[in-house]
Design a protein around this ligand. Structure first.
Ligand code: ADP
Length: 723
């Protein structure tokens, strides 16, 4: 043999060994097919009785492997339910129950006879001792003791019970005592020994015991005997033997293979210890169903067909999950409802607090939605306007509160600041407006209107906080009136002081008029008067008269009570007019006036007499300061200029002694004066006037020598003209 051939042979052998090993492993690893068998006489007996059948199937269906699983009565249903087995071999009673409940199906029926006497049906035999002359028929069960094999034994109890049921008797209710002895032999012996009056076992038990020499048939009397020619003594109808069944999940192909193998068994008669003859085609188990129906045994016991216990046993996992879930839900819902209660309570508390806060505010507060309708109102709103909440909520706020201006003209809703607030999403403050009450009267208000947002930040309306400013307006008016009175008094006082100077000032034109008048009379009398000359003199007289008239007009205007109207004023003109009034004082004091007047300044809207009074006060104070301190140089510079584009500034600067540090702090306080005859009101009144015009008056302490007073008046757009 060449090396190459040798290696090939070894390789082939190895390959075959491997294949054998693999198929062995495959065979070993293949799951064995499990046959559940009712084991009411212990596992060992069950194996002893049925292992040969499993071995036969393993042999017949090689390489499939079959094994016997002994099952107690209680283990059968769970094993079927959890498919722990593939086939089931149980008595016909258990079979019909599981057929209904778990859809198992028979594939063959046991032939429990011998080769000579095949037997796939069986019955029950009811008997007593032969010497019991008092027991002759089934009805004699009444008042006698009864022994049977097992409650679940079809031939050893249930068939006999069925017969009794037919004559309305029951071993449970009508016997004097009912016992189950577990094995057929024990039942037979108990009756023979006279321990029990009547007994029942399956067919062929008595005959077998006779064959074995255990009993003598003459000692027994058969009750309710069926004379139908059946091989064995029996007292009940015959029912099919144990079926061999497949579970619902077991494949039909496997079931078919098993059925064929079992049916063939009788023909092939394999070697083995079989306690039965073989298997036949599956019989009809309808009679067993009928019997169970009649006895109301499971699955035909309406009460016990599917008890709560069954349900718990079968579905305990799901029940546990459901119970846990329900418990969790209950805990959750308790928790949620507790939380809800707390939330409701907190909500109520917050709403209460909210209402309390809203209602304790003395300003009126109300909400407006995007349609302009009121959404809420506070207590003050109701008491100020006279409207009730139900009058306002849901109604258009503009039409109720804001419809007309103070002068009676309609207030258009598109101009309403409250609407504009949520339209432009910007807060607004309105200093002076008018709201209307329920009684039709109006009242002055100041209010703020703020956009209202929801939790997403979207604008949903406005909140309006308003205040009735009637009282404040009245108080302001009172102050204003008082100040005007004071100012008037001060003007009269000033004029009193200036009276002699002004009288002197008037005297000059009057003297000139008189002189010119006399001169013209003399010239007319002398006839030395030409018309041109006369006209010239008359013109001079007229001119002087006008001058006096102007002084008097200024004087009258200055001392009269002020007019409340404001009008556009040229401050340069005003200064000239005041200087005219002051001319006698200026001249007398020897003061040089320097005018730095910017002719391009804008007009300001103001009250003429009041501003004149301020200018006069400042100029007069400056002249008096220079006179009182005896300074040699007496210069007074009056300046006008624009203060940026928003105001006009007037400055009065003198070359006097300036303001002492003691005076400086209280300079603008009333009744502070350094003069013997002074009232100390001039600067305080002047400051009040300028501030009422929204301007300011101050001492400019930056300049060195003398004193510089300065005031600024704002240019109010719309009210100021630049003519
Ligand atoms: P009155 O002129 O009646 O004293 P004012 O209020 O006008 O009242 O002035 C208050 C005081 O301020 C004056 O008494 C004076 O002492 C001081 N004062 C005002 N203007 C000047 C000025 N230009 N120079 C120095 N002192 C002044």
């Amino acid at each position: 043999m060449t090396d190459r051939k040798y290696y090939l042979l070894i390789a082939n052998i190895a390959l075959i060994a491997l294949l054998l090993l693999a198929s062995g492993l495959l065979y070993a690893s293949e799951k064995s097919i499990r046959i559940g068998v009712l084991s009411h006489r212990g596992d060992a007996v069950t194996h002893q009785m049925w292992d040969s059948t499993a071995n036969y199937l393993s042999y017949a269906l090689h390489p499939k492997k079959f094994e016997i699983i002994p099952l107690d009565f209680d283990e059968i249903e769970p094993a079927v339910q959890d498919t722990l087995i593939d086939f089931l071999l149980v008595n016909s009673g258990i079979y019909v129950n599981l057929e209904v409940r778990h859809r198992i199906s028979r594939i063959v029926t046991l032939d429990n006879g011998t080769q000579e006497h095949p037997l796939n049906v069986f019955g029950g035999v009811i008997f007593t001792r032969a010497d019991r002359s008092d027991i002759n028929q089934l009805a004699d069960i009444k008042g006698h003791s009864f022994v049977a094999v097992d409650e679940t034994s079809l031939g050893g109890f249930q068939m006999a019970w069925g017969e009794m049921q037919k004559i309305q008797l029951s071993p449970y209710d009508d016997s004097s005592e009912l016992a189950f002895f577990g094995t057929h032999d024990k039942v037979v012996m108990a009756v023979r020994e006279g321990e029990f009056d009547i007994g029942t076992v399956r067919t062929n038990i008595l005959e077998r015991m006779v064959d074995k020499g255990d009993i003598d048939l003459k000692d027994f009397k058969i009750i309710n005997s069926y004379p139908d020619g059946f091989t064995y003594l029996h007292s009940t109808p015959l029912y099919p033997e144990w079926p061999f069944s497949k579970l619902q999940q077991t494949s039909n192909q496997l079931a078919r293979q098993v059925a064929v193998a079992l049916l063939n068994m009788q023909l092939s008669r394999p070697a083995g210890n079989f306690h039965y003859a073989g298997w036949t085609v599956p019989l009809d188990y309808q009679d067993v169903h009928e019997l169970f129906r009649q006895l109301q045994l499971p699955p035909y016991d309406p009460q016990q067909r599917f008890t709560l216990l069954d349900a718990i046993e079968r579905y305990w996992k799901w029940l546990l999950i459901a119970l846990t879930f329900v418990l969790m839900m209950a805990v959750m819902s308790t928790w949620v409802s507790k939380l809800n209660r707390q939330l409701k309570k907190s909500k109520l508390y917050l709403e209460h607090q909210h209402d309390l806060v809203l209602d304790s505010v003395c300003d009126g507060i109300y909400g407006v939605d995007l349609e302009g309708n009121c959404t809420f109102v506070n207590h003050s709103m109701k008491s100020i306007t006279g409207w009730q909440a139900e009058d306002l909520i849901g109604r258009n706020q503009h039409q109720m509160l804001h419809h007309t201006h103070a002068d009676g003209t309609p207030h258009r809703s598109d101009e309403c600041p409250v609407y504009q607030t949520f339209q432009s999403n910007e807060p607004r403050f309105v200093e002076d407006d008018l709201f209307w009450k329920k009684d039709g009267s109006g009242f002055p208000v100041e209010y703020s209107s703020t956009p209202m947002h929801d939790h997403k930040g979207e604008t949903v309306g406005s909140v309006v906080v308003f205040r009735d400013i009637s009282e404040r307006k009245q108080a302001e008016e009172e102050v204003r009136r008082h100040q005007a009175e004071l100012a008037h008094m001060a003007r009269l006082n000033t004029m009193g002081e200036m009276a002699s100077g002004i009288a002197h000032e008037l005297n000059q034109p009057l003297t000139a008029i008189a002189t010119n008048a006399y001169a013209s009379i003399q010239m007319l009398e002398s006839g030395n008067m030409s018309n041109e000359k006369l006209a010239d003199i008359m013109e001079k007289i007229g001119h002087q008269a006008e001058r006096s008239g102007e002084i008097i007009r200024q004087l009258r205007q200055f001392v009269r009570k002020e007019q409340p109207q404001r009008c556009p004023l040229d401050l340069n003109e005003l200064i000239e007019e005041v200087l005219m009034l002051l001319r006698p004082e200026v001249r007398k004091a020897g003061v040089t006036i320097q005018r730095n007047l910017d002719r391009s300044i804008s007009k300001v809207v103001a009250q003429r007499i009041q501003i004149e009074q301020v200018i006069l006060n400042l100029l007069k104070n400056a002249i008096e300061a220079m006179v009182n301190s005896n300074t040699e140089t007496r210069n007074l510079v009056i300046t006008t200029e624009m203060g940026g584009s928003h105001s006009v500034i007037v400055s009065v600067e003198d070359s006097g002694p300036g303001i002492s540090s003691e005076m400086r702090d209280a300079l603008f306080d009333p009744f502070i004066t350094s003069k013997k005859k002074g009232l100390g009101l001039g600067l305080s009144i002047s400051q009040g006037i300028i501030e009422a015009h929204r301007g300011n008056l101050y001492l400019d302490s930056s300049s060195g020598e003398g004193a510089t007073f300065r005031f600024a008046l704002p240019l109010d757009h719309g009210e100021t003209s630049h003519e």
